[in-house]
Structure formats: C-alpha cells, structure tokens
Design a protein around this ligand. Structure first.
Ligand code: SF4
Length: 247
C-alpha cells in the first residue's frame, strides 16, 4: 500500500512524547486561516511512499526513538485513513509507539467501524480543537466542529490517551468566554493527558507568498508566550469547573 507524503522530519520533539519520526501526509479538508502548511492541502500529490519505505526511514534512526516513536500528521492524516491504519498496525506489531496528530474532522459518530480499527493500533491522539464555538469554528476553518467534538467524546469513551492542542489567535480564539467554554468541554473528557496551548505565530506566511495565495490573517500580530499562558489558565479554570460539577 502507498500513501502520499508531503515530507518527513527525522527528529521531531513536539509531536508526541520523546524523539519521533514525524511523517506529514498530504490532504486536508480544513482551511484554517492560520494554517502554516497550505502546501499539504491537496490530496494525491507529493511523494508516493510504501509502508516499507517509511519503516526504512524509521530504522535509520531507530535507536533515537526508543522513548519516542512515529507520528503521522499533515495536512490531515485521516484523509488517508487506510494507509494510516495499515502503517500503525505494522508499527504496533513491532512495538513502536504511534501518535496520530489530527483535527478529527473526518469522524462520523454514525459509522465508527474504521475508527475502531485504527484505534486498536494508536497509542496516542493529539487532537487539535480549533475553536469551541460552532459558528466561529466554521468561520476559522470552513468546516463544522460537531463531529470533531464527537470524536473527542468517542476517544474518551474508548479511553484512548489524548493530548489536546489549541492555537490562541488574537481576535479569534484569544477570548476568555470561548477559552473557558473549551475548558468546560475538555473537563467532561476522561482521557486527556496533556493540554498544549500554542501562541499564534506567522512563520508560515512566506509559503502563502511563494504559492501566490493571500494570507487570510494578514496584519494579525503573533501572540506572546505570556498571553498563551494566560489563555491556558482560563482553559484550566473551565476544566476544573466542569470536573467539580460532575462530582
Ligand atoms: S487542519 Fe492543519 S493542515 Fe489542515 S488547514 Fe488546518 S492547520 Fe492546515
């Protein structure tokens, strides 16, 4: 089986625990205004690679990855669900820690069979919740968030370890009401092992220029680390309130 790969990073340190082989897959149905990788959006392009070829990449530095593993990201890796499932299955059989970095946008609660299969081989999900408010989510990403939140609940019900990621963007998600509501939602989940609150940055802007595309957040200043810490604290207040309510 072959997948469409955008690029591979051999020593990733932020996409899951430990040092990791990070594979960026092609294809994404979201159109996040702050996306740094618009060159991953298109499906069926990039470098065609087999599972064996990816495992060969892993083998080159396998001794580095003893406390890490492999992460599939993108783009949206679930756009190549069969390939991801097959690759994770092989990794799982070899005892390699598998991390799926996803927005969960392709999930449908009515038909979970394919997800049930994938989750058998997934050690950790990094779930990127872009916006808790449905209207704002659509405005930010051009996709609805109902199935994404359903995916979070599904993972909780299945007790799959999850790291939640959230990007704080001035004027969009840097909003105490929304941050608190996001916390309240996260507080209802039973499987969250970490909360990664990332400040918006503008490092991807050059890609838009080189691809002759308008950058949707032109003029929005990067968020400071201090403001990201403040945002994280508001989310944590929401988490605590939700947990207290459920006791
Ligand atoms: S989900 Fe990720 S790859 Fe897709 S548009 Fe959003 S930021 Fe970009």
């Amino acid at each position: 089986m072959e997948g469409y790969v955008h690029s591979i990073e051999s020593c990733g340190t932020v996409d899951g625990p430990g040092l990791r082989l990070v594979v960026f897959l092609q294809g994404c149905p979201m159109r996040c205004k702050y996306c740094h990788n618009p060159d991953t959006w298109e499906l069926n392009t990039g470098r065609k690679m087999t599972i064996e070829q990816i495992l060969q990449e892993y083998s080159k530095k396998a001794s580095f990855y003893v406390n890490g593993g492999i992460t599939l990201t993108g783009g949206e890796p679930l756009m190549q669900m069969e390939f991801v499932t097959e690759l994770f299955k092989v990794c799982h059989d070899k005892g390699i820690h598998t991390c799926l970095d996803t927005s969960g946008v392709t999930f449908t609660p009515e038909n979970t069979a394919r997800f049930d299969e994938l989750m058998k081989y997934t050690s950790l999900v990094m779930l990127d919740i872009k916006h808790i408010n449905p209207v704002e989510h659509f405005e930010l990403t051009q996709q609805k968030n109902d199935n994404i939140l359903a995916f979070a609940r599904y993972l909780s019900d299945k007790d799959i370890p999850v790291w939640i990621r959230h990007v704080v963007v001035p004027g969009i998600t840097q909003n105490d009401k929304y941050l608190y509501e996001l916390g309240e939602f996260i507080g209802t989940l039973k499987n969250v092992k970490a909360l990664d609150v990332l400040p918006y940055h503008v490092l991807g802007v050059n890609k838009y220029e080189s691809m002759n595309m308008d950058y949707p957040l032109k003029g929005v200043e990067p968020l400071s680390k201090d403001d990201a810490i403040k945002a994280r604290n508001v989310i944590i207040q929401g988490i605590k309130a939700a947990r207290k309510k459920s006791k």
